[in-house]
Design a protein around this ligand. Structure first.
Ligand code: DAH
Length: 353
């Protein structure tokens, strides 16, 4: 090869000079980080190679072509050398990792800690068992729901303020009519549309709202309860809830307070508070003179029955919705909602079943 061109003082580094400097530094490479450092130093935006090429224009025309070609050649060499080195380090790292993670299948069996049931799953099971003994069957619906079932059929029209209250996650779709269900109430619509009365079921499941702080999680669980037959009245609702609450909290005759409320899908609507004692620093259900809110309920609005093709002159019913995490927190003394979803095994070891 022709002798590389010498460059005068203060002029760009020649290919030979760059290569010499690079080779010297290359000897000291010890890690992936060193490779990257060298890459930046030579090939980066202000690297030696780049700077040299940038100043090509300052050279006399007769030198320019050869100088450029030589620096470019060095650039290709350096790029290749560094890439090979990088691959070498990466494969070394991978091998070390694989070695560390290898499994010795000859090790004798050891004692393992068994997993536990998450409190949410446990409470769902408890609630299911109680309602099953009262003749309620199990129903479920999809977590991705259409706007009609989640809102419209439940008497929550386009501009109804309840839509804002629900802080909905909307899903991009062809008709833009899909949401992550904001409550389990749409299961009422699906079940009634697909069958004939009487209906008596509970539907537990995940629900979603765009809300997150100490007392709100974007994903949480509810149980929908729902009974439609001839001559169902509010007394049935009261009796059913009394039975459920007594058995769930294992106290007989918990005092309930039906506070008039509003839900678009029930008329009349009520929120139910239960008796508790807050004086000892923790909450005791079924004792004392305080009350705390536990669920929403009401007599199913005739419009909802009609929306599902059920004659509201002939049939009536009640419905209720309960937050599952709230039940679990109250029964098992869990204080922070976020703990439910952090997947910390220590939480499961302590509160699991
Ligand atoms: N769907 C309501 C909510 O998420 C809860 C609810 C209230 C459900 C009253 C019902 C009901 O079935 O009757 O806030």
């Amino acid at each position: 090869m022709e002798q590389a061109l010498k460059t005068p003082q203060n002029s760009p580094l020649s290919a030979v000079e760059i290569k010499q400097l690079f080779d010297a530094e290359y000897q000291n490479i010890n890690s992936l980080a060193d490779v990257e450092k060298l890459r930046v130093e030579y090939l980066g935006k202000s690297g030696k190679v780049t700077e040299s090429l940038k100043t090509l224009g300052t050279l006399p025309a007769e030198q320019r072509k050869q100088f450029g070609a030589e620096v470019n050649q060095v650039k290709v060499q350096i790029t290749e050398v560094l890439e090979n080195k990088k691959a070498e380090f990466e494969s070394k790292e991978l091998n070390e990792k694989l070695l560390k993670e290898s499994i010795d299948i000859s090790i004798p069996a050891q004692k393992v800690k068994f997993g536990k049931t998450h409190p949410v799953s446990h409470v769902v099971q408890e609630v299911k068992d109680i309602f099953a003994s009262l003749g309620f069957v199990y129903a479920e619906g999809p977590e991705i729901e259409n706007d009609y079932n989640n809102f419209t059929a439940l008497n929550i029209s386009e501009n109804h303020p309840a839509r804002q209250m629900h802080d909905t996650f909307y899903i991009k779709s062809v008709d833009n009519n899909l949401v992550l269900r904001t409550h389990t109430s749409p299961v009422q619509i699906r079940t009634m549309k697909n069958g004939k009365p009487p209906f008596k079921f509970i539907a537990p499941g995940r629900t979603f709202r765009c809300d997150s702080d100490q007392t709100h999680s974007p994903m949480f669980h509810q149980i929908e309860g729902f009974y439609v037959d001839k001559n169902v009245n509010m007394g049935h609702l009261k009796g059913c809830l009394q039975e459920f609450l007594d058995r769930f909290f294992e106290v007989s005759g918990i005092k309930m307070r039906f506070r008039a409320s509003f839900f678009p899908f029930t008329e009349p609507s009520a929120e139910v508070d239960i008796q508790c004692n807050r004086s000892g620093g923790k909450i005791e259900i079924g004792k004392g003179a305080d009350f705390l809110e536990i669920l929403g309920c009401g007599m199913i609005h005739p419009k909802i029955l009609e929306n599902c093709g059920i004659n509201s002159e002939e049939y009536s019913g009640f419905a209720f919705g309960i937050g599952i995490e709230r039940l679990a927190m109250l029964k098992y003394g869990i204080s922070d909602l976020r703990q439910f979803f952090e997947n910390d095994v220590r939480f499961l070891q302590h509160y699991g079943f």
